[in-house]
Design a protein around this ligand. Structure first.
Ligand SMILES: Cc1cc2nc3c(=O)[nH]c(=O)nc-3n(C[C@H](O)[C@H](O)[C@H](O)COP(=O)(O)OP(=O)(O)OC[C@H]3O[C@@H](n4cnc5c(N)ncnc54)[C@H](O)[C@@H]3O)c2cc1C
Length: 424
């Protein structure tokens, strides 16, 4: 049996593990912290705008498991907030258990607290990766799912300092790129002013620290929009990684979403000012701990890759998630992860690698982002099915749909129905 070694247990690494396993491989998933899902532990928004279409395309292609798990763990479905329709919000308290139980049940082998810091490469092939205590993992094919967040040095240099986020770099050691260790020159994302990286666009507040009326509305409706008194408005729109939420409404209002905790849709907000807004007098940050001054910095170190997700310049290395380019989001990470996991099994079985057709939003996004990243301007943007430039493109090309029957038909017409169900 071929062995696929995945480094990084965020949404993309988990998706890669499932599709590689379904394609018949032995799968080893290595994570530097003590939890799966990476930045997905503090996210939660699914199915907003074009993400609905992408999730349904994946289901029709036989890669819908993680979307089903998210749906089953959603606190709210089909909600609206400014600029966003038919969103679902998964519960950040239950999602980790649900995903890890599923991966265990299908036989994925996990290794937590193993931070890969060395690799061996000969003749353009990786033979093994090594974690910092010296343990070696051999494999036939490797997947770089290490994300682009941190390490601390990047948050200090390009952001407002380490704000103590879910990635916990000081405790577990920062992110290490496998593509970088293989000697490949990586892409770095830029802000519109040309400086490097982008700041994560939301924080979590303890729901218990908010006024009862806010908590009740959040529990009932899933979303609360509170106008900010003019003297307390802070503008962080231009630094945001998630440009789909860089709308004026997100500056002029406190927008909270219920993902178990209260997801505050701004990169950071001065705590003293926040506490002057009625209902927020006792507000406390749950993530990042220092959400009053900043947030994690992301989009450093993206791999040059083919549309099959193979990393250019290494024969047996694939990439996915943020590592695969300026695609923001859980849905986007699951799409690219599923493709990378499936193709890793194809590579070992000497089958031609799969590229998703451009007649589908998923296939077009993978190819379009690769093209855009070759341009200076393209590197300053972020791409997501849920808004901003890529959703606009979906609308223009007629790729957006919420009709599940129509989406399934399109997948069939493009010749990829059930393609991720097994290795064909
Ligand atoms: C605060 C915040 C809120 C967000 N909210 C949403 C949202 O609501 N909806 C949405 O769709 N998207 C959201 N996003 C974006 C989304 O979380 C990411 O784009 C996506 O989940 C990235 O997944 P990934 O697997 O590529 O990377 P990551 O989630 O970054 O996972 C990478 C993993 O690799 C591990 N790793 C790194 N280096 C090594 C190494 N050398 N050895 C072993 N392990 C390693 C890391 O510990 C981490 O677990 C949010 C992001 C943030 C930061």
């Amino acid at each position: 049996m071929s062995r696929v070694v995945i480094i990084g247990g965020g949404w993309s690494g988990c998706a890669a593990a499932i599709s590689a396993r379904k394609a018949g491989a032995e799968v080893i998933l290595i994570e530097r912290t003590d939890m799966l899902l990476g930045t997905g532990m503090v996210g939660g928004i699914m199915r907003n705008n074009g993400r609905f279409t992408a999730a349904e395309e994946m289901a029709a292609m036989g890669g819908g498991e993680l979307f089903e798990i998210c749906d089953r763990n959603s606190r709210h479905k089909n909600i609206e907030f400014p600029g966003h329709k038919h969103a679902a919000l998964y519960d950040i308290g239950t999602i980790h258990g649900a995903v890890s139980d599923y991966l265990k049940a299908i036989g994925v082998q996990f290794h937590y607290k193993n931070r890969i810091s060395k690799i061996e490469v000969s003749n353009g092939n990786i033979s093994c990766v090594q974690e910092q205590e010296g343990r070696i993992f051999e494999g036939d094919v490797f997947i770089d799912a290490t994300g682009t967040a941190g390490p601390t040095a990047n948050c200090i240099k390009y952001g407002n300092g380490c704000a103590m986020c879910i990635l916990r770099c000081p405790s577990f050691g920062g992110r290490v790129s496998i593509t970088g260790l293989a000697g490949i020159v990586e892409y770095v994302g830029k802000k519109q002013d040309g400086s490097y990286g982008a700041m994560s666009g939301s924080c979590k507040l303890y729901k218990e620290s908010l006024a009862k009326e806010i908590r009740d509305e959040l529990d009932l409706k899933g979303v609360v929009v509170i106008p900010i008194p003019r003297n307390l408005v802070e503008d962080h729109l231009s630094v945001k990684a998630c440009q789909q939420y860089a709308l004026k409404e997100f500056k002029d209002n406190i927008i909270l979403l219920d993902t178990g905790h209260a997801k505050l849709m701004t990169p950071f907000y001065n705590l003293e000012m926040l506490r002057r807004i009625p209902g927020f007098e006792n507000a406390r940050y749950e993530d990042p701990y220092a959400g009053g001054i900043g947030n994690s910095m992301r989009y450093f170190a993206m791999a040059p890759r083919e549309n099959s997700m193979k990393v250019e310049g290494v024969q047996n290395l694939f990439c996915c998630g943020e590592k695969a380019g300026l695609l923001v989001g859980h849905t986007e990470a699951i799409v690219t992860g599923t493709l990378a996991g499936h193709n890793s099994a194809r590579l070992v079985s000497k089958k031609p690698l799969l590229e998703l057709p451009r007649g589908l939003a998923t296939g077009d996004a993978v190819a379009y982002v690769r093209e855009e990243m070759k341009t200076e301007k393209g590197l300053t943007k972020k791409y997501t099915f849920s808004g901003s430039v890529y959703f606009e493109r979906m609308l223009k090309l007629g790729l957006y749909s919420t009709d599940t029957g129509e989406i399934a038909k399109r997948v069939e017409q493009n010749g990829v129905k059930g393609v991720f169900s097994k290795l064909n």
